[in-house]
Design a binder for this molecule. Structure first.
Ligand SMILES: Cc1cc2nc3c(=O)[nH]c(=O)nc-3n(C[C@H](O)[C@H](O)[C@H](O)COP(=O)(O)O)c2cc1C
Length: 208
């Protein structure tokens, strides 16, 4: 289904929120892993990569998730629903992230120590809300990448904020370190997305 001839601009304009999916169509675990892996090239604050994913493919679980997502049909009919979680203790990733840069020769020991010290001086002492804001913003960046990568591969998506976060936490036993950000339904469109417009650029931009 890959379509490598499309430009980024074409993909951006082709992506719209699909809410009718072919419920008989499945996407393999490997392909979803591949989409997620590509999406992790997204930037993040101090490269701490504050995201986790729960991929729901099981029909029964999708049915239960539909109830948590205020009965939104696409939750049950999409091939998979990806719950994007933000990691509010992202500073715990610093050692692994910079060790990996060291091992491939991008940084030396001194730089690694400096980068980790900088993280450890700031992030653990920041209020929970500040860390949640960072995690939410970064999870938004990776979500956007995910949607465009999926589109490039011939799939469609819809991002959903309309779900009961507390119920999702209980259903999947999500550790309090993580906060649910969005659900992304992924699959093969059975009907086109509604057409949408955007505000005129003149209204949004100020050149100084
Ligand atoms: C954070 C976020 C939450 C959203 N929540 C929902 C949702 O719960 N249900 C839904 O059908 N669409 C949801 N959407 C999709 C928007 O309605 C959609 O992106 C917007 O109308 C623009 O349309 P387009 O994506 O087709 O270009 C959400 C989008 C975002 C970015």
């Amino acid at each position: 289904m890959s379509n490598t001839t499309k430009s980024l601009s074409e993909i951006i304009h082709a992506r719209h929120s699909v809410r009718k999916f072919d419920s008989s169509f499945s996407i393999s675990k490997e392909e979803i892993e591949n989409i997620l892996s590509e999406a992790t090239s997204a930037p993040s604050s101090s490269n701490l990569q504050p995201w986790k994913f729960i991929v729901i493919q099981d029909a029964e679980v999708k049915k239960e998730l539909r109830a948590i997502a205020y009965n939104q049909e696409q939750v049950e009919t999409a091939s998979a629903v990806i719950a994007v979680l933000g990691d509010t203790e992202m500073y715990r990733n610093a050692e692994q992230v910079h060790q990996s840069s060291l091992e491939v020769g991008f940084i030396d020991e001194d730089r690694k120590k400096l980068l980790i010290d900088n993280v450890n001086k700031a992030y653990p002492y920041a209020p929970f809300e500040a860390r949640a804001n960072i995690a939410t913003f970064d999870a938004g960046l990776i979500s956007m990448q995910l949607m465009l990568i999926a589109k490039e591969k011939g799939y469609d998506t819809v991002t959903m904020g309309g779900f009961d976060k507390q119920k999702l936490i209980e259903k999947f036993n999500i550790n309090e370190r993580y906060i649910p950000i969005v659900l992304i339904a992924l699959g093969k469109a059975a009907a086109p997305a509604y057409k949408t417009t955007r505000l005129p650029i003149e209204q949004l931009v100020q050149f100084v």
